[in-house]
Design a binder for this molecule. Structure first.
Ligand SMILES: Nc1nc2c(ncn2[C@@H]2O[C@H](COP(=O)(O)OP(=O)(O)OP(=O)(O)O)[C@@H](O)[C@H]2O)c(=O)[nH]1
Ligand SMILES: [Mg+2]
Length: 431
């Protein structure tokens, strides 16, 4: 049901800048139904769009054209709900046609149930303050801080623990406790179990609770079968924890997020290609988490070897249909696609890790000192560590979190809840 407001003085009284009001604001104003203000631009936009189809000025359009018209206004995504729109139009139609007032009601109902706004925009006559939303969100988010969870996976001794320290310029991975020699810094011990360490790091007032999950390197054993199981289990346990909080009757205001947002998969710099174990591992991981493959210890490869190795890895990933991050079919617009295409071109990043600082021209530089010179970790001419860090922190952190939430966790949630429902059904039929 719709209600048109016919005010005798246009713009008089409490003129409302936006047009379609439903729910709380409608109720606040005493209108319990969705309504459209006649003096707003949106009304004119709808009229113009309607008029484009109603060329003979009959005041009606065929019911079958309604979904198409709505998708023109709200964007193509709304067409996916074409049958719903059609149903809505059919209930309002008389003799197979829809009048303009009915079309307005259909639009109003559609807009109240969609998050796709297309190009719809109503001009406002003065400053309202919508542009402060961004600042409000920023303040709230700053107070709460951000969670970010990274996992490193790969064969033994590939520099996983070292790279974690390099990424955050901090001693995030544990160092051996027993060694305390003054001259030699204690080495990073061999990782023997899946272990998460959380740190709060702060930069310019922005706090990040970073959790790094270090995993034991595999490949040391003669039989490496099923070595992915503890890692898969860890990832699923985090989803399970989140789900049980989410479906709790009295749930927390902010659910602690320990879900793995990105998994760095370390490839040994052999130059040959992916090993069968790498293929099997990544195949499984890519189904449950964002996987970013990296070529470790890239200082052991010359430039030509590096390029050829990358090519081989990409071919193997393609051949085995392993979809690593960023996934092509999840991009939202052309800007995303262009940015990610450039990334995909450079990936897998060939990285060098070190948490040791060296002095060079009066500056302190992270690097690996060899007999023939210093390999600078953050120098793009030496390795692609900075590209990896830019992606993980400066450009794609939020996207990695969103994909974890909307794709990987959602899949897990769907399967779990579906399985629970099926067991309930089975139980009730056997009773
Ligand atoms: N040449 C070279 N050596 C590296 C690099 N990164 C780490 N290393 C060295 O490789 C050795 C193993 O490093 P870790 O970081 O402990 O490797 P890991 O993958 O965590 O090892 P596990 O915990 O046993 O699986 C150390 O001696 C590091 O100094 C690198 O980029 N290049
Ligand atoms: Mg380690």
């Amino acid at each position: 049901m719709s209600r048109s407001i016919d005010r005798s003085v246009p713009g008089g009284g409490s003129r409302i800048a936006h047009c379609i009001i439903s729910g709380s604001l409608g109720k606040l104003l005493g209108y319990h139904h969705k309504w459209i203000c006649r003096y707003c631009d949106l009304y004119e936009v709808l009229q113009a769009a309607f008029g484009e189809i109603d060329t003979e000025k009959k005041g009606t359009i065929e019911t079958g054209l309604v979904p198409q018209l709505i998708s023109k206004l709200l964007g193509d995504a709304s067409l996916k709900k074409g049958s719903l729109l059609q149903l809505r139009a059919n209930t309002k139609a008389k003799n197979g046609v829809v009048q303009f007032s009915e079309f307005v009601t259909i639009m109003s109902e559609t807009m109240s149930q969609t998050t796709e706004w297309g190009a719809l925009k109503t001009e406002i006559n003065g400053y309202v303050g919508i542009d402060t939303i961004q600042e409000q969100i920023r303040k709230k988010a700053l107070k709460r801080g951000f969670d970010y969870n990274i996992m490193v996976v790969g064969a033994s001794g590939l520099g996983k623990s070292t790279l974690v320290n390099t990424l955050f310029k901090a001693k995030i991975s544990r160092r051996s406790a027993e060694e305390n020699s003054e001259e030699l810094p204690p080495p990073i011990p061999k990782t023997v179990e899946v272990k998460s360490i959380s740190h709060v790091i702060e930069e310019n007032g922005v706090r990040l609770k970073l959790t790094v999950t270090d995993t034991p390197g595999f490949g040391d054993h003669i039989n490496n079968e099923n070595c992915w199981i503890p890692i898969e289990e860890y990832i699923n346990e985090q989803y399970e924890k989140y789900l049980s909080e989410e479906i709790n009757i009295s749930r927390k205001k902010h659910i602690p997020d320990s879900r793995v947002h990105v998994c760095l998969y370390f490839i040994a710099p052999t130059g040959h290609g992916l090993k069968p174990l790498d293929v099997e591992f990544m195949k499984r991981l890519a189904k449950v988490v964002n996987v970013v493959p990296v070529i470790s210890k890239a200082d052991t490869l010359i430039i030509e070897e590096r390029q050829l190795f990358k090519k081989r890895i990409k071919m193997a990933l393609n051949k085995n249909t392993i979809e690593t991050y960023p996934m092509k079919n999840l991009e939202e617009d052309e800007e995303d696609t262009a940015l990610n295409d450039a990334l995909r071109d450079q990936m897998p990043f060939a990285v060098v890790g070190s948490d040791k600082l060296h002095e060079l021209d009066g500056r302190e530089i992270l690097g690996r000192l060899t007999n023939w010179g210093l390999i600078e970790v953050e120098n793009p001419n030496h390795c692609e560590f900075s590209n990896l860090r830019d992606m993980l922190i400066r450009t794609h952190l939020q996207d990695l979190k969103e994909i974890t939430d909307t794709i990987h966790y959602e899949n897990f949630r769907y399967e779990r809840l579906q399985a629970r429902q099926n067991t309930k059904k089975c139980d009730s039929t056997t009773k």
